[in-house]
Design a protein around this ligand. Structure first.
Ligand SMILES: Cc1cc2nc3c(=O)[nH]c(=O)nc-3n(C[C@H](O)[C@H](O)[C@H](O)COP(=O)(O)OP(=O)(O)OC[C@H]3O[C@@H](n4cnc5c(N)ncnc54)[C@H](O)[C@@H]3O)c2cc1C
Length: 412
């Protein structure tokens, strides 16, 4: 077994999720012949996370169909997997990491790809049984167990993508879902008002009791949650609670080792942290995103984790190029596929293309006249063609953008 004595491994990847897996794959694709190991806290080989709040929760896809590569792939490519193992400390001077069993590994290059842990509720009752988060397969299996055991009144706290997707699936499964959002609208951090209004109406139309601008005062129950108490004293009955209130980047050991960071680990254009020979990628890495005016931010998406991973793999193999990929994202709720390109934050104008009543439309976001992002609902064509407007930073006439009969490619 590797690592027990601090044996040197050329490339050590911490985190066996989307970014870690793609990095290992790309390193081998780029012809790297040295030793590669991936250390991951979860017991499973790398799997896709997005289906956890979609097809997996809906039981439309088995877990075996979520593997990023068949389990045998990693050994075939001489990528050591150390699963069920946490990295607890980093010693940049010795170029070593400490594993949860106390053993050490020595690295030539370290890639930190740890994503984030769900932000926990801190209100009274947060520790009661029946309170769930959705980040890992284990989280999802526990939640599915509740439904199997008859939980029907589900309260979802948080109106971001994960909360909304879970609400959609559970409603389809016959649960009575109440969704509580503290801000005045759902998706407030990631989308414009028009999109929030559309999704709020969709969920309400399907029977979700969706309440915005409500503060949770605490969870009620003796051992298990039985209700969610709101700030106005109302109690919403709950057999189970799902909290989807964001993530906390899993960067403790790296920051303790001296890496620069705040909300995540800061990386430069090549995904390098401030510590020598240590890169960071994916949800845990904050970088100067050129699609958000160059301000340091973390992007939580499969695209970002995969593209940063590819960027680092190339750098390690001697073909380093700055990370400049266009951020994109998707979300599935009911029969609606949302596709987003770019970062909507900071937009000064939102232009509607098409009629939301048809459930097929796009919203083009402008900043000072320049297209910075698009949200496309059941509108693949606009998404594909509109990406180019964002990438090129074009400023088409507003009337043309608003004319849904004009293909966006004609505005490039
Ligand atoms: C339910 C759900 C639905 C989503 N849906 C979408 C979607 O539709 N579209 C989209 O683009 N994105 C979606 N995302 C986001 C997407 O999954 C993440 O952006 C992506 O997984 C980030 O990849 P990553 O490698 O940075 O982190 P992860 O994939 O989270 O992998 C990090 C891994 O590192 C492990 N780890 C953490 N700390 C340590 C440590 N100290 N030692 C060892 N291992 C450690 C973690 O346990 C985890 O397994 C969704 C996420 C969730 C949870």
């Amino acid at each position: 077994m590797i690592g027990k004595n601090g044996r040197l491994i050329d490339v050590v990847i911490v985190g066996a999720g989307h970014g870690g897996a793609q990095c290992a794959i790309a390193i081998r694709q780029n012809g790297f012949a040295g030793s590669v190991a991936m250390v991951g806290r979860e017991p499973e080989p790398p799997y896709e996370r997005p289906p956890l709040s979609k097809e997996y929760l809906a039981r439309e896809k088995s877990f075996e169909r979520l593997y990023i590569r068949p389990p045998g792939f990693w050994a075939e490519k001489a990528i050591e997997l150390l699963l069920g193992t946490d990295v607890t400390a980093v010693d940049p001077a010795a170029m070593q990491i400490t594993l949860s069993d106390g053993s050490r590994l020595t690295y030539g290059v370290l890639i930190w790809a740890t994503g984030g842990d769900p932000r926990r509720l801190t209100c009274p009752g947060a520790e009661l049984g029946g309170v769930h988060y959705v980040r890992t397969r284990a989280d999802c299996d526990q939640l599915m167990g509740e439904i199997d055991n008859g939980a029907r009144n589900i309260v979802v706290i948080g109106g971001g993508y994960i909360g909304l997707e879970a609400a959609a699936v559970l409603t389809k499964l016959g649960c009575k879902v109440t969704l509580l959002e503290a801000l005045p609208r759902v998706l407030a951090r990631v989308a414009g008002e028009e999109l929030s209004t559309f999704y709020e109406a969709e969920h309400r139309g399907r029977g979700v009791d969706l309440r915005t601008g409500v503060a949770v005062a605490g969870l009620e129950g003796r051992h298990r949650v039985t209700g969610v108490k709101l700030a106005d004293g109302t109690v919403v009955p709950a057999d189970a609670v799902i909290a989807g209130i964001g993530i906390v980047p899993a960067v403790g050991p790296l920051i303790a080792a001296g890496a620069a960071g705040g909300d995540g680990v800061l990386v430069d254009d090549y995904c390098r942290t401030s510590l020598a020979d240590i890169y960071a990628i994916g949800d845990c890495a904050a970088f100067a995103c050129s699609y958000a005016g160059g301000s340091a931010m973390r992007v939580e998406s499969v695209q970002n984790a995969s593209d940063m991973a590819t960027c680092v793999a190339k750098a390690i193999c001697g073909d380093g190029q700055p990370y400049r990929a266009l951020p994109w994202f998707w979300s599935d709720q009911y029969d609606l596929r949302l596709q987003t390109a770019g970062i909507t934050r900071g937009h000064t104008e939102a232009i509607m293309r098409g009629d939301p009543a048809t459930r097929s439309f796009s919203i083009v976001y402008l900043k000072d006249g320049t297209v910075i992002a698009l949200d496309c609902v059941n509108m693949v064509k606009d998404y594909v063609q509109g990406r180019k407007l964002v990438e090129a930073g074009l400023s088409p006439a507003r009337a043309q953008l608003a004319d849904a009969t004009l293909p966006l490619k004609s505005l490039q």
